[in-house]
Ligand binder design. Structure first.
Ligand code: HEC
Ligand code: HEC
Ligand code: HEC
Ligand code: HEC
Ligand code: HEC
Ligand code: HEC
Length: 420
């Protein structure tokens, strides 16, 4: 302010036009200045922004994204909608701000069906770093997300289709064969009729024309009996072998669950990360099924009246676990480790579990047979990038092979790797 006054007093020496012009420029500069002053407190240095990014990803992405509405609003440009102090108060305790009668907060709360945002016990500086991160993100162009996850299951689907395809081709071929036989038969009878009506046939031709095809003799012939016996045993063998290999295979198993939990709503529509509920999947053998407490992070305020949600409350009140029906289940003799595949191998959940985010009710997508594990280990390259542990192995492998290093090359087919 003082700057502006001193400027005007000096301007007295100049012509009025110049004064007007100069004050116009300075008033523009000045208003821009206030904008900067309003931003004061929002950090712009990279270290703080990256600290803010960590906090945001660890605490907020369950309900917020920068560019998309998730459970809460998209936070792009939130620093332009609200000032830092308001955001700090709201993040610390949104209910307090709403109850204070703040119009903006009340409207937003109603717009989001009275979904309570979690209260965070953060320092002002921590919240400022998050806003710094959000501001930096808001300055970036919106990138249209490519739908990678939905296509990753593609290979698996493609590899399952051929067997069905082969069946269809076989059936079509069979039908065509029968048709050809029938048409041939008709042609023969027609030709015979035509020939027998002709008088000027030689003795030899007449013999051929009147020759009858003895079906009975053919059926009794050794060659035919041998062939029939062979086909018959082949069919029996094939179905018996198929049967043996599908004992215990539960592909497609889709039991009812005690609560009508939908992955389509949670992982699909609301894009909640799989790790948020299946907490072990990146760090241990087991993926874990979430405890009711995790559901309560949201359902203490979302859809509280729904009878399905009431079942969660009942489980917590009675201190009983929800009895989810297990779908995927390897026999005890086999060892499978999630983090090895998901974290080290960087395999998408959908490769093995299918499009879970589209399922209202989960079903077992893969056969989970030994052949299924082994096939993938034969076909899949080891993910070696950024993993020093593999550098030596890769160099060794390259000495005697031109092909990329598959899981089988690091021992993925050894019995003891999968069997205790
Ligand atoms: C359980 C879900 C949930 C979590 C977790 C959550 N929020 Fe929210 N947030 C909401 C909802 C819902 C709203 C809309 C207002 C309401 O319903 O209270 C909201 C609103 C906001 C707003 C106001 C947005 C606007 O457009 O004005 C800000 C800012 C905000 N949240 C920041 C955060 C930050 C920062 C975090 C992480 C530290 C966070 N939220 C974590 C659900 C959540
Ligand atoms: C909001 C929590 C939540 C999220 C997010 C979530 N799940 Fe689940 N998941 C569950 C619950 C609860 C069950 C048990 C009930 C059921 O089978 O539907 C389950 C079951 C499963 C099962 C079957 C487990 C069994 O019994 O064999 C698989 C596989 C699975 N989830 C994969 C995923 C994948 C992949 C994602 C991410 C795309 C995901 N989940 C996201 C809560 C969640
Ligand atoms: C990150 C937030 C979040 C978590 C965690 C979460 N849910 Fe949900 N859930 C939602 C949202 C959002 C909806 C959709 C509400 C709507 O349709 O308005 C929903 C809907 C539901 C519904 C449908 C309710 C109805 O009647 O329409 C059920 C059942 C449900 N959730 C069960 C669960 C269970 C069980 C868990 C824990 C394993 C869980 N949810 C964890 C956010 C969450
Ligand atoms: C390489 C294949 C593969 C990948 C990738 C994979 N899973 Fe699994 N998943 C399995 C197998 C096999 C089982 C059965 C394990 C058992 O019975 O011991 C299983 C079981 C589960 C279960 C049931 C509970 C448990 O721990 O046994 C859940 C939940 C689950 N997976 C979630 C996920 C999620 C979430 C991801 C992605 C982050 C994922 N899975 C990635 C193969 C896979
Ligand atoms: C979609 C492909 C895929 C499927 C299906 C799969 N795996 Fe794997 N598996 C991998 C990859 C990739 C690795 C290598 C991970 C790494 O870099 O260490 C691996 C590694 C392993 C290892 C460690 C091997 C070693 O020498 O270190 C074991 C054990 C294993 N898998 C068991 C299983 C079992 C059991 C199943 C079936 C229930 C299975 N896998 C299904 C891709 C798969
Ligand atoms: C990549 C992992 C993997 C490797 C390597 C592997 N197996 Fe298996 N094996 C499995 C899985 C998973 C099952 C369970 C399949 C099922 O239930 O259909 C299984 C099942 C079996 C069974 C059937 C047991 C029963 O009760 O049905 C036998 C026997 C067996 N394996 C022997 C072997 C031998 C011998 C080797 C080494 C040549 C070997 N396996 C290598 C994963 C593997």
């Amino acid at each position: 302010m003082s700057k502006k006054y001193s400027l005007h007093s000096r301007a007295g020496f100049l012509s009025t036009k110049t004064v007007l012009f100069l004050s116009l420029i300075f008033s523009v500069l000045f208003t821009q200045n206030t904008a900067v002053a309003q931003d004061d407190g929002i950090p712009t240095d990279e270290a703080t922004i990256s600290a803010g990014e960590k906090l945001f990803k660890a605490n907020c992405t369950v309900c917020h994204a920068v560019n998309d509405k998730v459970i809460g609003p998209a936070l792009r440009d939130v620093h332009k909608r609200r000032n830092l102090a308001w955001i700090q108060a709201f993040v610390k305790n949104s209910q307090k701000v709403i109850q204070s009668g703040d119009d903006y907060a009340v409207n937003l709360y109603n717009e989001y069906n009275k979904t309570e945002m979690t209260a965070f016990d953060f320092e002002d500086a921590e919240i400022a770093s998050i806003v710094g991160y959000l501001k930096a993100e808001s300055a970036k162009e919106i990138v249209v997300a490519t739908e990678e996850t939905t296509t990753t299951g593609g290979d698996e689907v493609a590899s399952q289709e051929p067997s069905q395809f082969v069946n269809i081709v076989m059936i079509v071929l069979l039908v065509v064969l029968v048709l050809i036989l029938a048409v041939l038969g008709m042609i023969i009878t027609m030709l015979k009729k035509y020939l027998s009506q002709k008088d000027d046939l030689s003795e030899e031709d007449r013999e051929i024309a009147e020759q009858t095809f003895d079906v009975g003799a053919l059926v009794k012939s050794n060659a035919f009996l041998g062939l029939a016996a062979f086909v018959f045993t082949a069919i029996i063998m094939k179905s018996a072998i198929d049967g043996i290999f599908t004992i215990g295979v539960q592909q497609g198993y889709q039991p009812d669950q005690p609560i009508a939990f939908s992955h389509k709503i949670h992982a699909g529509d609301y894009k909640i990360d799989c790790n948020y509920c299946h907490t072990g999947v990146r760090k241990s053998k087991n993926a874990n099924i979430p405890s009711p407490n995790i559901c309560m992070n949201c359902h203490s305020s979302i859809k509280t009246e729904s009878p399905e949600i009431q079942k969660i409350y009942a489980a917590i009140e009675n201190n009983e676990p929800i009895e989810w029906v297990r779908i995927h289940n390897l026999p005890d003799l086999a060892y499978f480790n999630h983090s090895q595949h998901v974290k080290v191998g960087e395999i998408e959940c959908q490769t093995c579990h299918g499009p879970i985010e589209e399922m209202d009710k989960v079903s077992q997508y893969a056969p989970l047979t030994m052949g299924w594990c082994i096939n993938c280990h034969r076909e899949t390259d080891v993910n070696t990038k950024g993993n020093d542990y593999y550098n030596k192995l890769v160099a060794k492998h390259a000495e005697h092979s031109k092909e990329s290093m598959k899981v089988e090359d690091i021992g993925g087919l050894e019995c003891s790797k999968c069997h205790y």
